[in-house]
Every structure is written in structure tokens, then in C-alpha cells.
Design a protein around this ligand. Structure first.
Ligand code: ATP
Ligand code: MG
Length: 564
């Protein structure tokens, strides 16, 4: 077997892949690689999960291994089948397929049997103290813990109590099962950790069969072992759990999976904890898990993100053991790069200002050739209609322009993209002094966008023909949070105070070129000069809704500097 890891990205292997490659080279695990992606079905997946998905499924794919999708469903209270389904949809959308689909709850019988094994070996006991007392007795890094008075219970008594816990005899919190390790171990996690707790709760899969549920530490590694996972890859906060992971494997004499930790993804200007995202959905601050402002995969999908961009982003950020904060711009650039190659260009006017071409005959129109994608010659051209009445962007006109403003102004000539030069002769105002219409002339000799006499203009504007335009709603999005790093908000303060009140700007009466009439929900294009847009899932024929996925350039940095 080849020990050369395929490295399509031509980047050096990250440290996890180096470990996998070295293990394969050394013939470990029988030359086999098996990973798993283990979400808890208590919310929708977010972009942080995509990092884990690309790592776990990516390694399986690159090294000829296997990857399991395993639902870590040991906490019945917060879990739901809605999440189980969305997670599968999202993993597939990112571009991966699992070799098998499993649930930690598939293994509840085995986990229970292993708990009895530990009791029989004198390595676990039932403690009847409350969890608060147990926590207090744990000690600190400098002080040993206090042994529970129940620590010396006999095997028979422990078995009896544990079985009665299982049969439902006791209320929640009456007892727990603890490992019997060492209350003075320098690893706090080894100071008799809780393995099972009583929870009279309905489970989304096992129903009411169980009223005791294993803790994460007594489920995760064991499921890894049952599945013969070779590399169990998790985020750094589980580093301190690794000694317990290894202890369980050793004492139960089960398959020796190994745990490796990497840094989780944190992104600027957003929130990434499922708990916080759930809060936003529950209290109606977001329209749902798929609100295009959410960093969830379904939110990003609805916003117009592509799986290609998500995967490219995950490749760019790499995998390290350094906990940092990744700039949102890196994610946005991944989308820009992808859509720049693929998205057809269209014209749309978001804040329309009427332009009347006074020397263009009434009732007439002509069609101009427009290039679909300058990055992709095979995308060809389309026709855009031109007529006497047009719309341009309100921002593209100034009555009294400052020096740096090169767009349309009274007496000035500009190019209309793919069409003609026009010159503004007059700005018509209403009684309140608002500009309601521009009266312009056009030069028929400049058809296609160049003047035969070689004269130049300083600006090219996008436009649409008024009679041919279709009306649309366009939703512009900005960062979910108004501060870079939400982790800096003190616990005493409500993090929601730092949400960006201007994260959504809904524009109605936007004017689109007619070729967009039948655009399907999910389809993407670039509105020239404005950004990349995507048809929203709420869009219906006759009432189109577009989302701005991302602007053409990163404007946030500039705005910030100006504001500061
Ligand atoms: P959250 O804190 O958002 O609720 P979680 O860690 O509880 O996330 P899980 O469903 O347990 O969510 O995560 C499944 C897998 O995804 C785990 O292996 C976890 O380590 C990984 N993961 C979760 N969040 C991130 C992140 N921000 N970056 C990288 N991996 C992540
Ligand atoms: Mg978790």
C-alpha cells in the first residue's frame, strides 16, 4: 500500500493529517483509517462544524478510510429529530457522505453492560450525594478532592443500586454512578468522574426505555471503540478529557481508539455556539435557523454560500492547535473567489432613479449584447433591452458632486454598461425639492459602449430599462454582531446587546433586468457593481426576493476607519 498521502491542495499536511499519514506508514491499525463526525442533535450545524466535517470526512476520503456520522444523543432533553434530519442534509450539502450512520443511543445496552463491568471490577460505585456536593468535593489543581462516604460500597450494593436506578425506582438526582479512580489525581477529570445520571426524560429514539443516561465521557470513547474508530478528532476543550478516554479503554479492554484535539473555529462578528443561536431563533430575533444572517450551514446556504466556498474556506484556515479568531473576510473571500468564476453577471438597480432619454424615440426599444461572465467565455452573452425610460442607481447621481465623484452629474457624460453614452441635461425635482427624474440625451454613435471619436467618460453605470424591468425585494445583510469578538463580553452582560441592529436592510421596488424573471430559488448571480446575490427560498414567481450574499469587495474595514 502506498504511504504517500494524496495532497491535492499542495499545502503541507496539517498536524492531524501528518499523524494519520505516519500511522499508515507505520502500519498501525492494520493500515486502516476510520474517523467520525459526532454532532449532538441539539441544534443546526454551523460553519465551525464544517471545519470538523471537512477534517473528519476529508481525512477518510484522502487516505482511503471511512467516516461515520454519529449522533451523540446522550442528552435526551435538548435533542430532537428535526436536528437529526437537518444535520444529515447539511453534511451532504457540504459535500460528504458517511459510510455509516450511527447513534450513541444504539449502544445504550452495551454502555450499560460496561458500566456493570466496571462495578464488578471495583472500578465504579453509586454515589448518593447531590451533584453540587460532588462538585465541591472535587478539589482544585493545588488541593486534592474529598472522597465520598459512598466510595466504599460493596460491589453487590453498587450493582443493586445501579440496577434499581435503571429500573426507575429513584427520582432524578437521587444517585449517580461514578468511576472509582483517585480523588487526588493531578488530572481533575480523574477524580471519580460521574459516568451515569438519572434523567426521567423521553428520548427522541429510545423513547421511555431508559431513565439513566451515560455522560459524554462514558459514551464518546466507547462508541469510538465499538465502531473501531482509529482517530477520534475533537476540539481542544476535550484535551483534559483524554486521560479519562484512555482510562475507560484500558479498564474495559476495548478497541484502543486514540483522541486528537484541534482548535475550534471562531469567526469575527458572529456567534457560533448552538446555545446562543437557539436563543436567537427561540426569541424571534432571527427568522429561523436558516436566517441568512446566521452562521449556520442552512443560513449560509440560504444566503447564497456554495459548498465549494465552504470547503475552500476550511482548506484555507487549516487545522492547528492554536485557538484564534478568524476574520470573517476570509470566509467572504472564499465565496467571492468561487462566484467570481461561476456566477453570471446581471444588472439590477436597488435604489432606482428614473432617467428619461429625451432624444430616444417613444415606444421604441433595442437590444444590446451583454457579457454573461468575463471570467468564463463559455458563459456567452445575453440581450438586454434599452428604451427611452431607464433606471439608474440613486447613488450614481449627484447634483453638486465633490471632486472625487466621477459618476453622473448635471452636464456630465457617462457610459451605460453595454449600451450608450448618456449626458445629463436636467434634474427634475418635486415640490419638496427631491430629485425625481433625470432628463438625459444619448449618443447613438456610442452603441456598445465606445465613442467613435475616441472621447472618454470616467464612469460606467449599471441600469435597467424601466418598461422591461421586473420588481423585486432585495435583502442586504451585514454582520450579526457589531463587535469583533463576542467572547470579550463579560458574563454579567447580555451578549445580545452586541447584536448589530442594522444586520438586515430590506429594499423593495428594486428593478431587475428581465432575464432574471424565472430565476429559481437558490440560483446565484452577480449584480454588476453591487455584489453577489441569490434568489431567496421565500421567492415566488411574480414576487422575487433576492439576498445579497456578499459585496464585491470588503467594505467593512473602510467603513470602520471612516467611522473611527
Ligand atoms: P457548540 O458549542 O456550538 O454547541 P458543540 O461542540 O457542542 O458546538 P457538537 O454537536 O458537539 O457541537 O459538535 C460536533 C463536532 O463538531 C464536535 O467534534 C466538535 O468538536 C465539532 N465542532 C463544534 N464546533 C466547532 C467549531 N467551532 N470549530 C471546529 N469544530 C467544531
Ligand atoms: Mg458538544
Amino acid at each position: 500500500m502506498s504511504t504517500e498521502a494524496p495532497n491535492t491542495s499542495e499545502r503541507p499536511l496539517d498536524f492531524v493529517r501528518q499523524i494519520v499519514a505516519a500511522d499508515l506508514a507505520a502500519g498501525k491499525n492494520g493500515g486502516r483509517v476510520k474517523t467520525r463526525f459526532p454532532p449532538e442533535p441539539n441544534g443546526y450545524l454551523h460553519i465551525g462544524h464544517a471545519k470538523s466535517i471537512c477534517l473528519n470526512f476529508g481525512i477518510a476520503r484522502e487516505f482511503g478510510g471511512q467516516c461515520t456520522l454519529r449522533f451523540d444523543d446522550t442528552n435526551p432533553v435538548t435533542e430532537d429529530t428535526e436536528y437529526v434530519e437537518s444535520i444529515q442534509e447539511d453534511v451532504r450539502w457540504v459535500g460528504f457522505e458517511w459510510n455509516d450512520l450511527r447513534y450513541a443511543s444504539d449502544d445504550f445496552d452495551q454502555l450499560y453492560a460496561w458500566a456493570e463491568t466496571l462495578i464488578n471490577k471495583g472500578l465504579a460505585y453509586v454515589d448518593s450525594q447531590d451533584v453540587e456536593t460532588i462538585r465541591r468535593q472535587r478539589g482544585t489543581a493545588t488541593e486534592p478532592g474529598v472522597e465520598s462516604p459512598n466510595r466504599s460500597r460493596s460491589v453487590a450494593e453498587n450493582l443493586d443500586l445501579f440496577r434499581r436506578m435503571k429500573s426507575g425506582e429513584f427520582p432524578d438526582g437521587a444517585h449517580v454512578l461514578r468511576a472509582k479512580i483517585d480523588m487526588a489525581d493531578p488530572h481533575l477529570i480523574l477524580r471519580d468522574p460521574v459516568l451515569y445520571r438519572i434523567k426521567h426524560a423521553h428520548h427522541h429514539r429510545t423513547g421511555d426505555k431508559w431513565c439513566i443516561y451515560p455522560m459524554y465521557d462514558f459514551a464518546h470513547g466507547q462508541c469510538d471503540a465499538i465502531e473501531n474508530v482509529t482517530h477520534s478528532i475533537c476540539t481542544l476543550e476535550f484535551e483534559t478529557h483524554r486521560v479519562l478516554y484512555d482510562w475507560c479503554i484500558e479498564k474495559l479492554e476495548i478497541y484502543p481508539s486514540r483522541q486528537y484535539e484541534f482548535a475550534r473555529l471562531n469567526l469575527t462578528y458572529t456567534v457560533m455556539s448552538k446555545r446562543k443561536l437557539l436563543e436567537l431563533v427561540k426569541n424571534g430575533m432571527m427568522s429561523g435557523w436558516d436566517d441568512p444572517r446566521m452562521p449556520t450551514l442552512c443560513g449560509l446556504r440560504r444566503r447564497g454560500y456554495t459548498p465549494e466556498a465552504i470547503r475552500a474556506f476550511c482548506g484555507t484556515i487549516g487545522v492547528t492547535r492554536y485557538n484564534g479568531l478568524t476574520d470573517m473576510v476570509v470566509l467572504e473571500n472564499a465565496l467571492r473567489d468561487d462566484l467570481n468564476k461561476r456566477a453570471p453577471r446581471r444588472m439590477a438597480v436597488l435604489r432606482p432613479l428614473k432617467v428619461v432619454i429625451t432624444n430616444y424615440p417613444e415606444g421604441q426599444s433595442d437590444e444590446l449584447d451583454a457579457i454573461n461572465n468575463p471570467e468564463d467565455a463559455s458563459a456567452g452573452t445575453r440581450k438586454v433591452p434599452f428604451s427611452r425610460e431607464l433606471y439608474i442607481e440613486r447613488d450614481d447621481f449627484m447634483e453638486d458632486p465633490p471632486k472625487q465623484f466621477f459618476r453622473l452629474a448635471p452636464g456630465r457624460e457617462v457610459r451605460l454598461r453595454y449600451a450608450y453614452f448618456i449626458k445629463c441635461e436636467e434634474a427634475v425635482k418635486d415640490e419638496a425639492g427631491n430629485i425625481v427624474e433625470l432628463r438625459c440625451t444619448y449618443d447613438p454613435a456610442t452603441r456598445g459602449g465606445d465613442a467613435p471619436d475616441g472621447r472618454k467618460v470616467k464612469a460606467t453605470l449599471h441600469w435597467v430599462s424601466a418598461n422591461h424591468a421586473i420588481d423585486a425585494e432585495v435583502r442586504l445583510y451585514d454582520h450579526l454582531c457589531r463587535i469583533e469578538d463576542l467572547s470579550e463580553v463579560p458574563e454579567t452582560e447580555d451578549w445580545k446587546n452586541y447584536l448589530n441592529p442594522q444586520s438586515l436592510d430590506t429594499l423593495t421596488g428594486c428593478k431587475l433586468e428581465p432575464s432574471l424573471k424565472d430565476a429559481e430559488p437558490g440560483s446565484k448571480c452577480q449584480f454588476e457593481r453591487l455584489g453577489y446575490f441569490c434568489v431567496d427560498t421565500e421567492s415566488v414567481p411574480g414576487k422575487p426576493v433576492f439576498n445579497r450574499s456578499v459585496t464585491l469587495k470588503d467594505t467593512w474595514a473602510k467603513i470602520q476607519k471612516k467611522g473611527g
